[in-house]
Every structure is written in structure tokens, then in C-alpha cells.
Design a protein around this ligand. Structure first.
Ligand code: GLP
Length: 241
């Protein structure tokens, strides 16, 4: 486990973008695991910047997102499809046929989860998975009291997650109660993991993840067992370490 503590959000973002960019330089056909939320936004801005400066070429890259809300249209502004398109994909040259996000609106969810897993497998697995962390220690949408053995599956969102994510919705009632998420097993199969965290609100989750015991109550704590995981944490998020 590598822990890099940085000054602030901006430094976290530029360091994370540099790591992703090096990955793509070393292997232009890299399979990137991507995340949503406020945390990776700065990283995506930096990546767009590097792309504009011709320092990174996404032309042969494949991407797999961690999760998507259940029962939401791709065009819905709150969907993670919309988020990824408008915060990253439309500004870089990744071919859209190389982009994968679970379809939260699939008729048969079980089939969709299996399809998603087999697409990842077909590409030889994720080379580097970017993760944020929920204030409750979730990764992707793998909520506390997680089963560490799961692959992509339908999850019921935790009350704290619904509360936290309601800032993007009209009100709390409009937040979907379920989502499709890569499971812990899927995430742990990634060759490299890069977890980014910023702000005091994440300090407790970061502390439990890094210093606590591996515990299903803190889903991210399983990362202690991954052989190539890097945490980039700003001072505020690292304040309890
Ligand atoms: C969301 C996502 C996670 C993300 C987390 C933290 O619900 N499913 O992948 O890491 O919550 O979000 P934020 O970065 O906005 O704090």
C-alpha cells in the first residue's frame, strides 16, 4: 500500500492525472476503470488538459465505469453516463465504442451484470482502477456490510449515500434507491488501484480504511489486501491518520 499525502485537492488531482497518463503512455491500449463523484472531477480536468497539450492519447484506451444508478435513462442529467460524457469523454479522443458503463435501465439486470463482467474479462481486466471513497467507506456503490465476494450486481444504497448524493438531485426523494455496481471482487481484480480522497468529510473513512482492520463495515478496508494500491489523500482527508 502506497500512501501519498498532498497539500490539497488540486495537487491530488494533478498527481492522479500524471499516474493515469503514465499508464496510458506505457500502454496505449490500457483498460481504465473510472469513477464518478466530485473527487475525480479535478483529475478529469487535468487529463483533458494533458490531452489538449498532446501529452496523452486516448485513441486506443478502453474504459469501464464502476457504477450507474438503477432505473435511470442514459440521457438523464443525473446518470453517470451523462456525468462521464460531460466531464470527460466529450473532451478527449476515446472512441465511444471503447467506453463501458453499466446500463442501469437494462430489462434484465442480472444479465446486464454478467454481460458487464464478461466485457471486462474480454479486455483482459482493468489495468488501473480509479476510486473515490464514500464518507461511509464505500467504494463504487459497495456499501457497508458488504460481501467481499461479489462481482457486478444490483445494490441497495445506504441511507448516508442517498443523503450525500441528494446534493445532485432536486431532493432526497429523487435519488435512486438502487444502483448497479462493480463488486468488491471485480475491483480487487484490477491490476492497479488508485484511490483519491479529499476533504475533512473523508478523514474518518480514510482512517478506518488504512488503519482499521479489514471489515465489511468499511468496504474500502479490503484494499489493504490488494498488491498494488496507491492512495492519494490531501491533508484534510489524512487528518486522522
Ligand atoms: C458516489 C460514487 C462513488 C464515489 C463516492 C464519493 O456515490 N458511487 O464511486 O467515490 O460516492 O463521492 P464524492 O467524490 O462526490 O465524494
Amino acid at each position: 500500500m502506497r500512501i501519498i499525502i498532498v497539500k490539497d485537492y488540486d495537487e491530488m488531482s494533478s498527481k492522479a492525472a500524471r499516474i493515469i497518463s503514465s499508464q496510458v503512455t506505457l500502454n496505449p491500449k490500457s483498460v481504465l476503470g473510472l469513477a464518478t463523484g466530485s473527487t475525480p472531477l479535478g483529475t478529469y480536468k487535468e487529463l483533458i488538459d494533458l490531452y489538449n497539450k498532446k501529452e496523452i492519447d486516448f485513441g486506443s484506451v478502453k474504459t469501464f465505469n464502476l457504477d450507474e444508478y438503477y432505473g435511470i435513462e442514459k440521457q438523464n442529467e443525473q446518470s453517470y453516463h451523462y456525468f462521464m460524457m460531460n466531464n470527460l469523454f466529450k473532451y478527449i479522443n476515446v472512441p465511444l465504442e471503447n467506453v463501458n458503463i453499466p446500463n442501469g435501465n437494462a430489462k434484465n439486470i442480472e444479465e446486464e451484470c454478467l454481460r458487464y463482467e464478461s466485457e471486462i474479462e474480454k479486455e483482459g481486466g482493468v489495468d488501473i482502477q480509479i476510486l473515490g471513497i464514500g464518507a461511509n467507506g464505500h467504494i463504487g456503490f459497495n456499501e457497508p456490510n458488504v460481501n467481499f465476494e461479489t462481482r457486478t450486481h444490483l445494490v441497495t444504497l445506504d441511507e448516508r449515500t442517498i443523503e450525500a448524493n441528494s446534493r445532485f438531485f432536486k431532493d432526497k426523494e429523487s435519488v435512486p434507491k438502487k444502483a448497479i455496481s462493480m463488486g468488491i471482487k471485480t475491483i480487487m481484480d484490477s491490476k492497479k488501484i488508485l484511490l483519491i480522497a479529499s476533504g475533512e468529510g473523508k478523514a474518518e473513512a480514510v482512517e478506518k480504511t488504512i488503519k482499521g482492520k479489514v471489515d465489511p463495515k468499511v468496504p474500502a478496508s479490503i484494499l489493504q489486501l490488494h498488491k498494488d494500491v496507491t492512495f492519494i489523500i490531501d491533508k484534510a482527508a489524512a487528518s486522522k491518520l
